[in-house]
Design a protein around this ligand. Structure first.
Ligand code: NIG
Ligand code: FE
Length: 422
């Protein structure tokens, strides 16, 4: 059998469980599923072996009859799953630095949204750009994420708010995935805000949701441009009833859902989304502890950068999420308003400092659980059969990745079995 890459003399963060070893030998019982002095073999886009060997690498290779194309002595570095940023809005036009100044002078995010700034201001910038110009503005933000070892990224629409511009955003997101060594999952977020042309009409909010459900979403589905559907369930977004209308339309079209829920107030959007088998419920600072047990089957996506940038005080119910074993993911939420942050490692640091996660929980949140929030079962861990999306780091211990801010870059990254930039 042909092995494309053999990585030798390496320490692994597998996120596999010690009691379910399978072919993974020597995995420890710590929170990283760590496995030291190990070997990883990659064939095509998959990991075919990961773990410790009973004897020498040479004996093992010849006993298996493996033909190794490239061999890499990692010199005791740590190999982690490639990072997964499961919640971004990185395709947008312009920026909102002026709004940042307003907020520093005391205006709230909601005040600014109500007076026509916020999301709607990014909408006008996004609408006016050509497809190529939108791609050119968005690409550097994607590249910042890739530099840190991101191999899967979710990108939402939601700054178009008309069919044409929403489709344009989703096409740009997909094109970014074709131009760069990263898996892009796209999410349609038509229900992000009410665009100005609907705001002036009576019942504008409901008319807009009808338009989302009757025109935009069916067209997005027909063109197969979205992998999931998201909503903003909030006082300045949409009511739970309107979000439910979107969820029902998505279900009819066979698309999984997610939700921006309980970011600024508790409208019970997370429980509603979970009833519709949401892949994830995102933000959830205002989620009631008593509602956590109703979230079985979904993933709680924590977005500490938005909490940080809005100088919020209300934290998500982390202890209850742990108690009920709800998987926690962490993402950047990279967007022009609440989270102008193109660094998943920084979000990992923030989720520890601001929300009290452990460095292991943060790394799992930015790998295995991030993948879960996108419905990806074979991404985010290091085990035979999983995708060969990997990042190699010159560190002494995996806790370093959440501890440092702008300390680390991976020394090598594999995306679907291919060494990046080679
Ligand atoms: O995830 N909450 C809604 N959406 C984004 C913010 C979008 C914006 O302000 O442009 C978020 O925080
Ligand atoms: Fe968001």
């Amino acid at each position: 059998m042909k092995i494309d890459y053999l990585i030798d003399n390496v320490n692994l963060v597998t996120f596999a469980q010690a009691d379910k070893q399978g072919s993974l030998l020597g995995v420890g019982e710590d929170d990283y599923g760590s496995c030291t002095q190990a070997v990883v073999a990659i064939a095509d886009d998959k990991i075919v072996f990961a773990g410790q060997l009973p004897g020498s690498t040479e004996d093992w290779l010849s006993s298996q009859g493996y033909d190794v194309k490239q061999r890499l002595d990692a010199g005791g570095q740590w190999l982690t799953p490639g990072l997964v940023d499961c919640h971004t809005h990185l395709v947008f036009g312009g920026n909102r630095a002026q709004e940042f100044e307003w907020r520093l002078r005391g205006e709230s995010y909601e005040d600014i949204a109500r007076k026509g700034g916020g999301i709607v201001s990014s909408v006008s910038h996004t609408r006016e750009l050509s497809e190529e110009a939108l791609l050119k503005q968005s690409e550097p933000r994607l590249l910042r994420l890739l530099e840190e070892g991101v191999t899967t990224v979710e990108i939402k629409s939601g700054y178009g708010l008309d069919t044409e511009t929403e489709l344009k955003m989703l096409r740009v997101a997909r094109e970014l995935g074709r131009r760069h060594a990263v898996t892009v999952k796209t999410t349609f977020l038509g229900a992000h805000a009410v665009p100005p042309e609907f705001k002036q009409r009576s019942h504008g909010q409901q008319c807009y949701i009808d338009y989302v459900c009757q025109d935009m979403l069916p067209e997005v589905a027909r063109q197969e441009l979205a992998d999931a559907v998201d909503v903003f369930c909030e006082g300045i977004g949409f009511t739970p009833q309107q979000c439910e209308q979107v969820f029902q339309t998505a279900a009819k079209l066979g698309l999984p859902i997610k939700g921006h829920v309980e970011q600024l107030s508790d409208l019970k959007g997370a429980v509603l989304a979970a009833q519709y088998h949401a892949l994830s419920v995102d933000h959830i600072e205002y989620l009631a502890e008593a509602d956590v047990e109703k979230l079985q089957g979904t993933v709680a996506v924590l977005l500490p950068a938005a909490f940080y940038c809005l100088n919020e005080k209300q934290r998500p119910p982390i202890a209850a999420l742990r108690q009920h074993n709800i998987p926690m993911a962490v993402a950047t939420d990279l967007n022009p308003g609440t989270a102008p942050l193109a660094s998943l490692l920084t979000a990992m640091n923030q989720v520890c400092i601001l929300f009290g996660l452990t460095p292991a929980e943060a790394l799992k949140g930015a790998t295995l659980n991030g993948a879960k929030a996108l419905g990806l079962k074979d991404v985010g861990g290091i085990q035979a059969g999983m995708a060969a999306d990997l990042a190699l780091w010159d560190i002494q211990h995996p806790a370093e990745l959440a501890y440092g801010v702008n300390f680390y870059r991976p020394t090598q990254v594999w995306h679907q079995g291919r060494l990046r930039n080679s």
